[in-house]
Design a binder for this molecule. Structure first.
Ligand code: UD1
Length: 343
């Protein structure tokens, strides 16, 4: 069976994707420098799948190390590139770190891929490239204009998309799939892998589950004066397992479809927008746990509302994110309880 290289494969989305790939029979080699993840994730993947992915503790920005991985696994037919720094706030404080990590690693990876004639890459991008879409572009589809990034993190996603397009233009054998994720949440139903935020969570659902677990006193809802039905911001929350499955579809299309365009871009979302207050209510309904919260001022840089038009992924990839939101929220709580030893 074909081997896929998964960079950042011990991270949140990377680990769930590795599970889905292996369950579909692919061999996987993970490369990760463990800067924001734990080696124990490999055990979680192995416990779910019943076999271990190969693993190399290297930095994707290191040409020699990455080159060695491709030499060790000559059966690699494609790469899914997750490895990146992803904290929006930190990127504002340390822009050069983000430009070096996120852009340096993609450039190095594309160089090594060319060296070894590996011509398929799936890239993790983000709906952040759309900024706040105009009202007539909601739900947002792939043709919506790219807007100036609000953070160095967002800028690295935009620049990386351009780097991929430029390299594909110069090298006609390269095939790329750019996946723009909306807001991934939840954990594997086994609770053997999930999201492991570093320090105080910046993202909404990890903050909710940590509040439910008693680690945080209360959730702060950033603003209830937006131009939305209940005044809180709206996002498209997508189950990480559904998201992982889209990567398998993207890989299959790359390996098997001759009709595809050289660079294809897909939104990965549910097509439904949920407000912050709705998500809290749904979490309480799904788990029976009350979330203490208060309304505070808006968070700088937040977008009022964005949700996906996922039709292109639905039709072209034959994929749909359809796990019910309460099941998704229950999975996140099951994972939080697992890592905190809560019965
Ligand atoms: C953010 C980034 C996005 C990035 C993603 C990855 C921005 C504008 N977007 O998405 O580019 O890909 O993280 O992690 O920075 N909220 C609260 N209280 C909290 C935390 C969040 O009310 O304690 C609200 C936010 O205001 C927002 C919603 O919850 O309306 C979701 O926030 P979050 O989970 O941080 O995701 P995004 O900001 O959408």
């Amino acid at each position: 069976m074909a081997r896929i290289l998964v960079t950042g494969g011990t991270g949140y989305i990377g680990s769930h994707t590795t599970v889905e790939l292996m369950q579909q029979g692919y061999d996987v080699t993970i490369v990760d420098n463990l800067s924001n993840s734990s080696i124990d994730v490999i055990d979680g993947i192995a416990a779910i799948v019943g076999r271990r992915p190969e693993f190399a503790n290297i930095d994707c920005g290191n040409f020699v190390d990455l080159d060695n991985v491709f030499k060790t696994y000559p059966d690699i037919v494609g790469v899914i590139h997750f490895a990146a720094s992803k904290a929006v706030g930190e990127s504002v404080e340390k822009p050069l770190l983000y430009y070096r990590n996120n852009i340096g690693s993609l450039v190095t990876l594309l160089e090594v891929m060319a060296e070894h004639d590996v011509s398929n890459i799936v890239f993790s991008s983000s709906c952040t490239v759309y900024g706040q879409p105009d009202a007539n572009h909601l739900p947002v589809d792939e043709t919506a204009p790219i807007q100036k990034a609000l953070s160095p993190y967002g800028n690295t996603k935009q620049i990386n998309e351009e780097i991929i397009c430029d390299q594909a233009h110069a090298n006609k054998s390269l095939h790329a799939t750019i996946l723009r994720y909306f807001n991934p949440i939840g954990a594997h139903p086994s609770a053997l892998i999930g999201e492991l935020p570093n320090g105080v969570p910046q993202n909404l659902l990890p903050f909710i589950t940590q509040t439910a677990a008693g680690l945080r006193q209360e959730l702060k809802v950033f603003g209830n004066d937006y131009n939305t039905p209940d005044g809180s911001c709206i996002r498209d929350y997508i189950y990480v397992v559904d998201l992982a499955k889209a990567h398998v579809k993207a890989v299959e299309r790359m390996l098997n479809c001759n009709e595809r365009e050289q660079v294809e871009i897909f939104n990965l979302g549910t097509g439904n927008g949920l407000s912050v207050l709705t998500l809290i209510n749904e979490f309480e309904a799904a788990t029976g746990v009350k979330i203490p919260y208060s309304i505070v001022g808006r968070r700088e840089g937040d977008i009022e509302q964005v949700w996906a038009e996922p039709k292109k992924a639905n039709t072209v990839l034959g994929w749909k994110a359809d796990t019910p939101i309460r099941e998704v929220l229950a999975s996140a709580w099951k994972w939080e309880k697992h890592i905190r030893n809560i019965k």
